[in-house]
Design a protein around this ligand. Structure first.
Ligand code: 5AD
Length: 351
């Protein structure tokens, strides 16, 4: 068959498997079209199997079990999908003091965590210096790694925080469709987001991006572009989770994203960025623990567990979620260790 015909005829299963094998071996350079064809295919199981093999080869069987402290739900942004956006006046807002953040980090370290993520809404009431002091103190608890997720700040602040000892920064691109990005973030643009990711890398951070799956207006093509952006940025981490509609946002009543498409996106991210760290996101876990098991067997290698006081967890409602059994920080960690071992994996001692 001539090449032109081959490209024009609809994909059959063997072509898609060839693409998956080519990406898994690193011999095939990805294109948006290839990624879109894989996402549109019925080869999810084959894809997840390939991603699992790449994960094992590049990352081994260890899972990084990380503690996340959501220390403030104040946010100056108006992201249309997010329950804690600045315009939602129904949210009970809270801020933890620097002393409370550090003591929460000590509790997490004492419970066995070796890696701490500090996350908040985009809350500039914590100035750069205050955050730098918090970072120094949290690093001083003896954890291996501190990751930040404070949203978009200045390049000078990024440098300051890296010098204070922070190792990684999470700033998801959310959607690589620039029109949709502008619609969802009326005060920002995709190119600004990418600028910040590059500034973070130049400041010395390992960078994490990621996106939501199934936002209104997204298609398989959008997700192919999301994945290409991860590849082009050469990200170190990527959080990929289904969109979950929040009733107090402008996207109230929209359908939620598909957990199965999310699994395929995580698996493709593993093929495109084989050395990256890919979490089983909380939004995916909400669709059922079975999805967490499947994503860990399809490319993912990180679990993040909230450790701030339970009263705050309920207020950090970026999407609706039920609060399950309330347990201690140690009890919650132990439950994850049991789960991870039940998946045939081990918990990394390193951060
Ligand atoms: N559904 C799913 N994920 C969401 N996030 C924010 N709002 C939602 C939602 N409604 C994700 C975004 C953000 C992260 C903190 O949570 O990807 O970066």
């Amino acid at each position: 068959m001539r090449l032109k015909e081959k490209i024009e005829r609809s994909m059959c299963a063997s072509d898609v498997r060839d693409f998956i094998d080519g990406l898994a071996s690193g011999q095939l350079i990805p294109t948006v079209k290839i990624l879109e064809d894989i996402l549109a295919s019925d080869e999810g199981d084959y894809l997840l199997g390939a991603a699992d093999a790449v994960r094992r080869k590049h990352k081994g069987d260890e899972i990084y079990l990380r503690a996340i402290i959501e220390f403030s739900n104040y946010c100056r942004r108006m992201c249309k999908y997010c329950g804690i956006n600045a315009e939602n006046s129904n949210v009970n807002r809270y801020r933890m003091s620097p002393a409370d953040i550090v003591s929460n980090s000590c509790d997490a370290a004492n419970a066995g965590y070796t890696s701490i993520i500090l996350q908040s809404g985009e809350d500039v009431s914590y100035d750069g210096q205050t955050l730098a002091e918090i970072i120094r103190a949290v690093k001083g608890t003896g954890v291996d790694a501190v990751t930040l997720g404070f949203g978009e700040r200045t390049a000078a602040e990024y440098r300051l925080w890296h010098e204070a000892g922070a190792d990684r920064y999470l700033l998801k691109h959310e959607t690589a469709d620039s029109g949709l990005y502008a619609f969802l973030h009326p005060d920002s643009s995709l190119s600004e987001r990418v600028w910040h990711l590059k500034a973070l890398r130049e400041s010395g951070f390992q960078i994490g991006s990621g996106f939501m799956v199934g936002l209104p207006g997204q298609t398989k093509l959008s997700h192919a572009k999301d994945l290409m952006l991860l590849y082009e940025l050469g990200i170190d981490m990527a959080g990929i989770g289904p969109f979950i509609s929040h009733p107090q946002t402008q996207l109230a009543g929209s359908s939620n994203g598909s957990a199965d498409t999310t699994l395929m996106c995580v698996a493709l991210a593993r093929l495109l960025c084989p050395d990256s760290n890919l979490p089983a996101t909380t939004a995916l876990n909400l669709q059922g623990r079975e999805y967490t098991r499947r994503v860990l067997a399809g490319g993912a290698n990180v679990i993040m567990q909230k450790v701030e006081p339970h009263a705050y967890r309920m207020m950090y409602e970026i999407y609706p979620k039920e609060i399950k059994n309330i347990d201690t920080i140690k009890g919650e960690r132990d439950a994850w260790v049991d789960f991870i071992e039940s998946c045939g994996r081990t918990v990394s001692r390193r951060g």
